[in-house]
Design a protein around this ligand. Structure first.
Ligand SMILES: *Cc1c(COP(=O)(O)O)cnc(C)c1O
Length: 360
């Protein structure tokens, strides 16, 4: 059996939720669990985060999975409705749609079911992806308020584009644009994602929407989750399956990108891009071999990577290799691969065995 394994630390998820509450004491917490809980497993994450006040998903299918798993909290579908049948399904499952465009209000207006849905009205304050421009928020809100099938409790929300840069003027402009757009409108406010929670305490409103922070991942350049008191919720690991003595001048791996500068031991570990380890990770990307760093050499292949064992004379077949997680921040590996930590945890593939660690 392949030793490749993603251990999900349920205690870290719980602890990270506690930390989010500590940082946003006046707000309720929507735990964002899109993309299968950022790759950690939707149902398992929801179970560990049962203390959250709501869950945020990207589409109805995830709402179906959460209700089937017994989740009773509010579930917010962050991109709202897009197909004609969506409304009936949202009502059946008590999912809250985010309403970001007129076509969605038209669909609600055409709906004859009188049972009210709770909706979140999204303003586009500068991200320029989804939402009403602030100057049109009042009209959208009034249209929704007038519909019998919409609950009177409408939450007003927006999303930041650059809140991970803590002194960036764009976020200040977004907060001001939001406040202008919602002035005088009834409803709770929700502005902040994880970086907003960390860097923009003035923007917490009544609801924060935490994703990455709950998984212990930072999006702030040069910082890791631990710098903000978060613990990694995933450790990706495997084992050493071969150790080979390779002669000076010989190359290692596809395209012969790495040459041995001396006679040396090369370790082979059972993980590759077929498991979601990034192919872009170049020579020098660290792994933890028996808890100590060893550098990757050569190209990442589909099932295997190769390691420079010159600093590990004690290494033997079967030894543990950690790719990221406890002891090796995923943010650091992401940096080597030219991406962000979220991309790596979301990308772990189905052939990897997932194991739950229920310890602290
Ligand atoms: C993904 C998402 C979040 C969570 O973002 P993080 O940076 O992971 O905390 C919050 N709000 C919306 C609308 C999102 O799409």
């Amino acid at each position: 059996m392949r030793a490749t394994c993603a251990t999900i630390h349920l205690g870290a998820l719980r602890e990270n939720l506690r930390r989010v509450r500590e940082l946003a004491p006046g707000a309720r917490v929507m735990a964002v669990v899109k993309a299968d809980g950022y790759g950690h497993g939707l149902e398992r994450v929801a179970r560990a985060l049962e203390g959250a006040d709501a869950f945020g998903v990207a589409g109805i299918a995830d709402g179906q999975r959460l209700r089937a798993a017994g989740v009773s909290q509010r579930i917010v579908v962050l991109s709202g409705l897009d197909e004609p049948g969506d409304l009936a399904e949202m009502r059946r499952l008590r999912l809250d749609p985010v309403i970001h465009c007129d076509a969605q209000i038209d669909a609600l207006a055409a709906d004859l079911d009188p049972r009210p849905l709770r909706v979140w009205l999204k303003l586009d304050t500068g991200m320029h992806r989804l939402g009403f421009p602030p100057e049109r928020a009042r009209a959208a809100w009034a249209r929704l308020r007038a519909l019998p099938c919409v609950d009177r409790d409408i939450t007003l929300m927006t999303h930041f584009a650059n809140s991970d840069v803590f002194d960036d003027a764009q976020t200040t402009r977004q907060i001001e644009a939001f406040e202008r757009g919602v002035a005088g409108l009834d409803g709770e406010h929700s502005l902040s994602n994880s970086a907003g929670i960390l860097g923009w305490p003035e923007a917490q409103g009544q609801w924060v929407r935490a994703g990455g922070a709950l998984y212990g991942i930072s999006v702030v350049a040069g910082r890791i989750g631990a710098d903000f008191g978060f613990r990694p919720a995933m450790t990706l690991s495997t084992r050493l399956v071969a150790i080979n003595r390779i002669r000076k001048g010989e190359s290692v791996g596809y395209a012969a990108t790495w040459q041995c500068p001396e006679d040396m031991d090369v370790g082979v570990a059972a993980i590759g891009y077929g498991d979601g380890y990034p192919r872009q990770a170049g020579a020098g990307t660290p792994v933890l071999l028996n808890g100590r760093r060893a550098p990757l050499i050569g190209r990442v292949s589909m099932d295997l990577i190769t390691l420079d064992l010159r600093g590990h004379p004690e290494a033997k077949i079967g030894d543990s290799v950690v790719l990221w997680g406890r002891g090796l921040p995923v943010e650091e590996i992401a940096e080597h691969a030219g991406t962000i930590g979220y991309d790596l945890t979301c990308g772990v593939t189905r052939r990897v065995r997932f194991v739950e660690d229920d310890g602290a």
